[in-house]
Ligand binder design. Structure first.
Ligand code: NAD
Length: 228
């Protein structure tokens, strides 16, 4: 079975109403990243950080998967599909994708500040500051903050290097080290980059740029792949 790797970013969830990172009107324009998305921020002002992620979680719970997420789930009818996402929302899973790797964490989860292997799915939107892990330590959002190690990089490299086709969707390719992953794809395989601001990428010569919103272009590409 042919292996398709799909590398997604905030843009795939834009049409579900979740704001992207850098676009004008993007989420982060309103916040100073250092005040909400770093380990130092959590240490100095946990209330602010927890309340920032509580509102993000509320927004994600209110959002629904869009046509792009749903089309990717349909790809599994014919292909072995691995989604590697930079997104912290769970819209790929809710659309039906069964192999989803979250490079930057998962907003619906929290984990122990002392025992990182103790990870919990939150019921609802709210992490309360006084909630503790089963060993009595405070909880933090299960998010990879700026300055923290990105987990699963080795596994992601394995998936991308053995892919037969690569789709890159809704990402500015500006957040490293994740953005560097696409360079591990073989030169021989077809590669598509779907994003209204899709741009050529150095050292990836045959990248096919599709400068359209994901909700339009992804279902079209998926239909073509399923028909061939
Ligand atoms: P980014 O904000 O840097 O780039 C977003 C990209 O999406 C841009 O290139 C933009 O042109 C594109 N885009 C906008 N609307 C689109 C649409 N309808 N269809 C397709 N593409 C569209 O996002 P990034 O590259 O993912 O990096 C940002 C970081 O912010 C990631 O690490 C991610 O964890 C985090 N983030 C996640 C979410 C989420 O989970 N939904 C939302 C915001 C930020």
């Amino acid at each position: 079975m042919q292996r398709i790797v799909v590398f997604t970013g905030a843009g795939i969830s834009a049409e579900s109403g979740i704001r992207t990172f850098r676009d004008s009107g993007g989420l982060w324009e309103q916040y100073d990243i250092r005040e909400v998305a770093t380990p130092e921020a959590f240490e100095s002002n946990p209330e602010l950080v927890i309340s920032f992620y509580n509102s993000r979680r509320k927004q994600v719970l209110d959002a629904q998967p869009n046509e792009a997420h749903k089309a990717l789930a349909r790809l599994e009818d014919k292909f072995s599909v691995q989604v590697i996402t930079q997104n912290i929302d769970d819209l790929h899973e809710r659309a039906g994708s069964t192999h989803v790797m979250h490079l930057h964490g998962e907003i619906r989860k929290v984990r122990s500040t002392r025992f990182p292997e103790l990870v919990y799915l939150i019921n609802g939107w709210e992490q309360k500051k006084e909630d503790l892990c089963e060993k009595g330590f405070p909880l933090r959002p299960h998010i990879v903050w700026f300055g923290e190690m990105v987990p699963y990089m080795d596994l992601a490299i394995e998936h991308i290097s053995s892919a037969d086709l690569l789709m890159i969707i809704g990402t500015s390719l500006e957040v490293w080290p994740s953005a560097g992953l696409i360079h591990y794809a073989s030169d021989e395989i077809p590669k598509f980059y779907i994003d209204p601001k899709a741009h050529p990428v150095n050292k990836i010569p045959d990248l096919k740029l599709i400068s359209q919103p994901a909700g339009i272009a992804v279902p079209e590409l998926v239909d073509q792949l399923l028909q061939n």
